[in-house]
Every structure is written in structure tokens, then in C-alpha cells.
Design a protein around this ligand. Structure first.
Ligand SMILES: Cc1ncc(COP(=O)(O)O)c(C=O)c1O
Length: 376
């Protein structure tokens, strides 16, 4: 079945004994045992599993496709569970340009001696200085397009290199910016896909959630599942239901959002007051061909550099009228953000960089808003 059809019916398979056409929400935290002490429903207690969460996890495995999915209380809870499930001192290779929160989490864990951290420029491919870390690596963690520089990494090439040099290394791809509609890393050889459901998947800036999808039901999956069961960072039933509802319109939202991102990137590329545009849909982007091969479209995120100071760039962003000045991404409303000041002192982001998340407004209104901000 095409992914559009899976999305349109997300979670709508019939309940055991009801004829609901759309999914119910199961709020119960505990489940009856029968006279023999068994749990006929297959569920015991909501921290371990819940029918609404199981419904969402089933849909996520169909979309990727994956063999197993776990839904967490936020994207960062999913990232933390994955890192916590490693043995003490395990080696993690982390791409330099990834979501700021993941970088902070991994460096905090490294500082406390929980993991050994090696950072690398994933979009440039593995260099000789990376090979010793790869030989010892348990996880290799990338994001493509990356946040906020939209660097493109060849997932298939990196997966082959990782598995050839170290059969125990697991390649993790943050798929938040692409969703399975645009990119399916497991089919390109990755082992785990990490999603913040908060963004495009739920899609309306009103759910905080995360997920991990596994190519195989292996030891890593068993460890992460145990970390989640014992730690309890599960997605609540209402957020699962809202995410299922959001997923049903993911394909149509992303089609419009990607189209707008390309139009905005082309407008910015031709603007005299913009010194650099980061969008893989532009033929001038160094990762354009790899993106064309591994993505369906080029995503709905874009960033650009103004060549001005941080204060001037922040002032420019403050003049937005249609774009909302806020962090996050993936909602129906377009967002504009000065990333450096949002990330704070530990930021590596250029001070003149502006990040855009495209929403569903008319493209003319978005371009007019950007033109007014830049021409002020
Ligand atoms: C690419 C990416 N990954 C992970 C996360 C973390 O997700 P959450 O905010 O749901 O914890 C974010 C949040 O902004 C993100 O943009």
C-alpha cells in the first residue's frame, strides 16, 4: 500500500468489540487478569503498554517500515533512553551538526563518564581520523538534513561503511525533519530511526512526543524497551491519539510545506541581502544530488545567513508578521527563529543564521513577509 493510504487510515483499524471508524482513547492505567491470573488483553499496566500507544506504535512500524517501534514522552526522552541503554563507557559517534539538545545530552553524559563521545562531520563521509572511533563505536548518530545547517549525509554509504568496519555498530538517523513520507533510513541500511513526534508527525504544535524505530528486534531494542518500561518515559494516551490524528494529514501537509520551502529558498537565493541559503532542493547545495536520491522532495525546513551581526539578525527576525517568531517546527503555522540566541552559550550556530519552518500559509504572504523583513 502507498504511504499516503497508510497515513490516511492511521490507527483506524477496528477495535476488538466496537465498530468505531476512527480510534478510541484508552485511558485506563491497569488491565484485568482472568481467573488463571493471565492478562487476556495482552496489557498489564500502562507504563509497560497501553492499547492507544500500541496502535500508534503499529502505525509507525508500517510507515517506516520497521520491525519494532517505541513511543516516548518526548523526542529527548527517546534519545535519553537510547543512550542510557548502552553499557557504561560505550563509544558514541555523533555528527557535529545535529539538534542542539542531542548534542548537549551526549556531551553531559560524556562529561560524567557514561559514554565516550567522538564527533565527526558526517556529511563529508568518514575520514581517517574517525576510523579508530568507528572500530569501537556502539552507536553512530546522524541527522540528514542536519539541524540547522541542512547538511546532507549519504545514509546508504555511511551505513555500508559502518557495518563493514564494525558489524556491532548501529547507525541511528534522526528522522524528525523528514518523517517516513520523505525519507526511510531503515530501507537505506540504518538500524534505528529517532523521531521527535512533536514536529511534523503530530503536526499541530500541541503534542510533545518521541519515537524510536528499529530495523531488527535485537539486543539494542530489548535494552531500550527495558529502559522505557523501568524508567517510564512513555507517551500518554491522549498524545498518542492526537499524533494518530495528525498523521492522517501528514502527506498533504508536507506536500504544501515542501513546495513553499523550495519557493522561499529560491527567493532568498536571489535576494541581495542574503549571503547564503541552506536548502538541499537548490541545485547549488553541495548535497543536492544525494538528497535527490534518498529523499522524496527536499523537506520543509530552510535556513539562511544575513551577513549581519547577531543583534541585527535578531532584530530582522523580530519584524516578522506572518511567520511567528518561536522555536520548534513542523506545525501548520510558519516559524522563524534566530537559532544562536535560542540555543544560548554552548551554541555552534553562526550568529547571522535564521531558521525557517514552513507552514500552510499562502506562499505569496510568506515571501512578502520575508521581503519586508530583509528590505527594512
Ligand atoms: C531534529 C530534532 N530532533 C529531536 C528533537 C527533540 O524533540 P523533543 O522536543 O520532542 O524532545 C528536536 C526538537 O526540536 C529536533 O528538532
Amino acid at each position: 500500500m502507498h504511504i499516503e493510504s497508510i497515513l490516511a487510515h492511521a490507527g483506524c483499524d477496528p477495535d476488538q468489540d466496537q465498530d468505531d471508524a476512527t480510534p478510541p482513547i484508552h485511558l485506563t492505567t491497569t488491565f484485568r487478569r482472568d481467573s488463571q491470573g493471565n492478562w487476556p488483553s495482552g496489557h498489564k499496566y500502562a507504563r509497560i503498554s497501553n492499547p492507544t500507544r500500541a496502535r500508534l506504535e503499529r502505525v509507525l512500524t508500517d510507515l517506516e517500515p520497521a520491525s519494532q517501534a517505541l513511543a516516548f514522552s518526548s523526542g529527548m526522552a527517546a534519545a535519553a533512553a537510547l543512550l542510557q541503554s548502552l553499557d557504561a563507557g560505550a563509544t558514541v559517534m555523533l555528527a557535529r551538526d545535529v539538534y542542539f539538545g542531542v548534542r548537549v545530552l551526549a556531551s553531559d553524559m560524556a562529561e560524567r563518564g557514561h559514554i565516550q563521545l567522538h564527533t565527526f562531520d558526517a556529511h563529508l563521509g568518514l575520514q581517517s581520523g574517525d576510523m579508530a572511533a568507528l572500530a569501537a563505536a556502539h552507536l553512530v548518530w546522524i541527522e540528514t538534513p542536519s539541524n540547522p545547517l541542512l547538511q546532507i549525509t549519504d545514509i546508504e554509504g555511511l551505513a555500508n561503511a559502518c557495518h563493514t568496519h564494525n558489524p556491532d555498530a548501529r547507525l541511528v538517523v534522526d528522522g524528525t525533519w523528514t518523517t517516513p513520507f520523505i525519507q526511510q533510513p531503515l530501507s537505506l541500511g540504518a538500524d534505528v530511526v529517532f523521531h521527535s513526534l512533536t514536529k511534523y508527525m503530530a503536526g499541530h504544535s500541541d503534542v510533545l512526543g518521541g519515537a524510536l524505530l528499529f530495523r531488527r528486534e535485537d539486543d539494542l531494542y530489548a535494552r531500550v524497551r527495558r529502559t522505557q518500561e523501568t524508567g517510564g518515559a512513555v507517551l500518554d494516551p491522549f498524545s498518542c491519539w492526537l499524533t494518530l490524528r495528525g498523521l492522517r494529514t501528514l502527506a498533504v501537509r508536507l506536500r504544501v510545506q515542501q513546495e513553499s520551502a523550495l519557493a522561499v529558498a529560491r527567493f532568498l537565493e536571489g535576494h541581495a541581502r542574503v549571503v547564503r541559503v541552506h536548502y538541499p532542493g537548490l541545485t547549488s547545495h553541495p548535497g543536492h544530488e544525494v538528497a535527490a536520491h534518498q529523499m522524496r522532495g527536499y523537506g520543509a525546513m530552510c535556513s539562511f545567513q544575513t551577513g549581519r551581526s547577531g543583534a541585527e539578525t535578531l532584530a530582522l527576525v523580530g519584524r516578522a508578521q506572518v511567520f511567528i517568531q518561536a522555536t520548534s517546527l513542523g506545525g501548520t503555522e510558519s516559524l522563524i527563529e534566530h537559532r544562536r540566541s535560542a540555543e544560548g552559550e554552548a551554541s555552534h550556530t553562526p550568529e547571522d543564521l535564521v531558521r525557517l519552518s514552513m507552514g500552510l500559509e499562502h506562499i505569496d504572504d510568506l515571501v512578502r513577509d520575508l521581503a519586508r523583513m530583509l528590505n527594512y
